[in-house]
Design a protein around this ligand. Structure first.
Ligand SMILES: CC(C)(COP(=O)(O)OP(=O)(O)OC[C@H]1O[C@@H](n2cnc3c(N)ncnc32)[C@H](O)[C@@H]1OP(=O)(O)O)[C@@H](O)C(=O)NCCC(=O)NCCS
Length: 377
C-alpha cells in the first residue's frame, strides 16, 4: 500500500480584517507560505508536480487561478502548475485530500496543498453578486423552495435543534479564547507560523473577553442566539502543506512527520449546512477502524459555536481534546486557508504532546464536510 506523508506544514499568522495583513495582496499571502514550505522542507521546487490551493471567493484579486499566480509571485519555477479549488470553508482541507490522493494513487510524488483568503479585500459574498443571476436556479427551487440558505441561519437552526442556549455558546467561546491566549503566550504556534508584515502572532485573540462582555452584544438576528462572539471572525491568512510519496522522501531527503491515515467526505442537509462534521467523523472512524477515544487531538472548525458543540455531543468526543489551543472563534477563519491552518495546528500539537492520531473536520457550504485522520510518525 502506497503512503502519503506530510513533510511540511506552515501558515501565516491569522490577521484581522483591519489589521497588519490588510494591505497584503492575496497572491503575495499565498506566495509567502509556498516559499516557506519549500524553504523549510528543503524540497527541490521543480520536483513539485502540482500546487492545489483552496480559495472560496475567487473574484477580484483572488481570481484567475490564484494557486498559479501565488506560485509565480513567489519566484518559484514556471514549470510547476497550480489549480484553485472551492469546497467552501473546507477548500484547503480538500486540497490536502486531492494532494494525498495524487500521491496515494501513485500518479504524483510531491504535491503542495495550500489555501488562501483575504476576507477584507474580497469580502464574503463577492462571487455571489458577480454574475447576472444568483446561485440557486429552478431545480434548487423545486427541491428546497425559496427559504434562506445561509451559514447564519444554519447556526441558529443547529443551536435550536441541539438545545444550546446563548450562554452555553458563550461559555464555549470563552474557553476558545482562554485556550488560544494560553497557546499564544506559551509560544505553541511559533514553530508553525511564518511571520509576515510585522505580524508573528494570531491577531484576533481577545485574552480580556468575559462572559459579561459577550452577553452585552447584539444577536445577529432578532430572537436568535448567535452573536459576533460565538461566530468565527472575518480574517486574512494562508497555509501550505507539502505531501510526498515514500520514494520522494528518499530521493529528496525529506523528513516525514505524519502519514495520511484516512480520508472521508460526506454530504448533509444543505439547509442546516453545518452538521456535516458529524457524519464525516463517523465515516472516517469507520473506514479507519478506530474509535473516537483512539484519537489524541481533534481540530473541528469553530465556524460557529454550535458546530463543534453538536459534533462533540453526537460523536462522544472529549472537548478536552478538541481544539486544544482554541479555534476560529478566538483566532479567526480565513475561509480558503483554514483547512491547511487546522492541519498545521493538528500536526504541531501532536508533535508537541507526543500524540499519535489526529482528526480534522470542517463544516462546508452546501452541507458537506471533509474529515482527515493523520498518524504522527
Ligand atoms: C458575526 C459577524 C457578522 C460579526 O461581524 P462584525 O460585526 O463585523 O464583527 P466584529 O468583530 O466587529 O464584532 C462586533 C462587535 O462585537 C464585539 N465582540 C466580538 N467578539 C467579542 C468578544 N468575544 N468579546 C467582547 N466583544 C466582542 C466587537 O468588539 C465589536 O464591537 P464594536 O462594534 O463595539 O467594535 C462576522 O464576524 C461574521 O460574518 N462571521 C462569520 C463568518 C462566516 O460566516 N464564515 C464562514 C463560516 S460558515
Amino acid at each position: 500500500m502506497a503512503e502519503a506523508y506530510i513533510v511540511g506544514a506552515v501558515r501565516t499568522p491569522v490577521g484581522t480584517k483591519k489589521g497588519a495583513l490588510k494591505d497584503v495582496h492575496p497572491a503575495d499571502l499565498g506566495a509567502h507560505v509556498l516559499k516557506e514550505v519549500v524553504n523549510r522542507t528543503g524540497v527541490d521546487p521543480s520536483a513539485v508536480e502540482d500546487v492545489i490551493m483552496g480559495c472560496v471567493m475567487q473574484a477580484g484579486p483572488q481570481a484567475l487561478d490564484i494557486a498559479r499566480t501565488a506560485w509565480l509571485s513567489a519566484g518559484l519555477p514556471e514549470s510547476v502548475p497550480g489549480v484553485t479549488i472551492d469546497r467552501q470553508c473546507g477548500s484547503s482541507q480538500q486540497a490536502i485530500h486531492f494532494a494525498a490522493q495524487g500521491v496515494l494513487s501513485g500518479t504524483q510524488d510531491v504535491v503542495v496543498a495550500s489555501g488562501v483568503e483575504h476576507m477584507a479585500k474580497v469580502p464574503m459574498g463577492s462571487s455571489i453578486v458577480a454574475g447576472l443571476d444568483f446561485p440557486y436556479g429552478e431545480g434548487w427551487g423545486e427541491r428546497y423552495g425559496r427559504q434562506e440558505i445561509s451559514q447564519f441561519r444554519g447556526a441558529e437552526l443547529m443551536a435550536e435543534k441541539w438545545g444550546f442556549t446563548r450562554e452555553d455558546l458563550e461559555k464555549f467561546a470563552l474557553e476558545s479564547h482562554k485556550r488560544a491566549a494560553k497557546a499564544i503566550e506559551a509560544g505553541y504556534f511559533d514553530r508553525e507560523i511564518a511571520p509576515l508584515a510585522g505580524l508573528s502572532k494570531d491577531e484576533g485573540a481577545r485574552p480580556d473577553t468575559t462572559l459579561e462582555k459577550m452577553a452585552g452584544l447584539k444577536t445577529l438576528r432578532e430572537g436568535g442566539v448567535i452573536t459576533a462572539a460565538v461566530s468565527s471572525q472575518i480574517s486574512i491568512g494562508a497555509s501550505a502543506v507539502l505531501i510526498a510519496s515514500e520514494e520522494a522522501v528518499k530521493q529528496h531527503n525529506l523528513t516525514p512527520r505524519a502519514r495520511i491515515h484516512t480520508l472521508a467526505i460526506t454530504g448533509s442537509d444543505p439547509v442546516y449546512m453545518l452538521t456535516g462534521p458529524i457524519p464525516a467523523t463517523e465515516k472516517a472512524l469507520s473506514k479507519a477502524g478506530l474509535k473516537i477515544d483512539d484519537i489524541d487531538v481533534f481540530e473541528v472548525n469553530e465556524a460557529f459555536a454550535p458546530v463543534p458543540m453538536a459534533w462533540a455531543h453526537d460523536t462522544g468526543a472529549s472537548l478536552d481534546k478538541t481544539n486544544p489551543n482554541g479555534g476560529a472563534i478566538a483566532t479567526g477563519h480565513p475561509l480558503g486557508a483554514t483547512g491547511g491552518i487546522l492541519m498545521t495546528k493538528l500536526l504541531h500539537e501532536l508533535e508537541r504532546t507526543g500524540g499519535r492520531y489526529g482528526l480534522q473536520t470542517m463544516c462546508e457550504g452546501g452541507g458537506q464536510a471533509n474529515a482527515t485522520i493523520i498518524e504522527r510518525l
